[in-house]
Design a protein around this ligand. Structure first.
Ligand code: BJW
Ligand code: ZN
Length: 241
């Protein structure tokens, strides 16, 4: 493991273009529950069952309760060593982009730039009628927040199952993945598409792909290196002087 980390640190130093793909595991050590696995439950609902347009159509108040609960939680947590180390890694890199599936905004808060939030941002809301998107800073928006422009129901500006990703972001994410020489895949179960396909786009283009996760994932068999461990413990070692 130490030899792997030393070699990877050298590889990071020499890379022309680094792309990092993150998932919920990178925020786990900040105290934000992941979607799958232990602690992925909320009031007897699976988080993934509430992250759907069908759930919102059936019971928008319940979905808003879930998102308000997460907004309140996220408003109270701090970035962790993994977020900070990725921001530091970017400072020393020639070309660096960070693609995140997380909606918590913690990469930006830690100082990362060139961040593609492909599943949206929990601090943004979108009108279900006029489509207006804006930031709402107050954590608890109640169970039926209304659009200031047209009065219709607002929804979180996030991407639920069955919804398409922003085509501009999606195209950028694929282009970045297929043009980097090093990709780090951190804290994702790699089961949700299309994000789970970015590493293979990188591999196909000849990039060296590294996975950092305490558990093996469907990606583990095809990446060049798996570092088994917590993001907050491993990532800082990759940027240590
Ligand atoms: C640690 C750690 C520590 C713990 N350190 N690590 C092709 C094949 C099959 C299905 C599909 C397909 N294409 C599309 C689909 C359907 C679907 C899908 O992928 N389903 C699969 C589950 C089967 N995909 C979609 O619907 C997507 N839309 C789409 O493709 O649209 C096509 C379309 C085109 C045109 C018109 C219409 C449609 C959209 C997917 C949106 C996902 N949304 C969510 C909710 C976002 C909002 C919110 O957060 O509330 O995104 S679901 C949830 O999963 C969330 C996450 O971003 C996403 C990924 O989860 P992630 O980050 O990997 O978290 P976990 O919990 O799964 O894993 C955590 C990992 O961390 C674990 O591995 C731990 O071991 C690890 N870990 N502690 C490091 N300390
Ligand atoms: Zn509106």
């Amino acid at each position: 493991m130490h030899a792997d980390i030393d070699a990877l640190r050298e590889r990071i130093r020499g890379a022309k273009k680094i792309v990092v793909l993150t998932g919920a595991g990178v925020s786990a050590e900040s105290g934000i529950p992941t979607f799958r696995g232990d602690g992925g439950l909320w009031r007897n609902y699976r988080a993934t069952d509430l992250a759907t347009p069908e759930a919102f159509a059936r019971n928008s108040a319940l979905v808003w309760e879930f998102y308000n609960w997460r907004r309140i939680l996220i408003s109270k947590v701090e970035c962790n060593p993994a977020h900070r180390a990725l921001a530091a890694m970017q400072k020393g890199a020639a070309d660096f982009a960070l693609i995140t599936q997380n909606i918590d905004g913690l990469h930006l808060k830690a100082g990362s730039r060139n961040v593609l939030e492909i599943h949206g941002n929990i601090w943004k809301v979108r009108c279900t009628h006029c489509g207006d998107v804006h930031l709402e800073e107050k954590p608890d928006l109640g169970t039926a927040p209304a659009c200031g422009k047209c009065g219709a129901l607002l929804r979180p500006h996030v991407v639920w199952f069955g919804e398409g990703l922003d085509p501009v972001l999606l195209e950028s994410a694929y282009r970045l993945s297929a043009s980097c020489d090093l990709m780090l895949v951190i804290g994702t179960s790699a089961v949700v598409q299309p994000a789970a396909s970015f590493p293979s786009a990188a591999t196909s283009s000849g990039a060296f792909v590294v996975e950092i996760n305490p558990e093996r994932t469907p990606l583990s068999a095809s990446v060049d290196l798996t570092l088994l461990g917590k993001a907050g413990e491993i990532v800082p070692q990759l940027v240590a002087a």
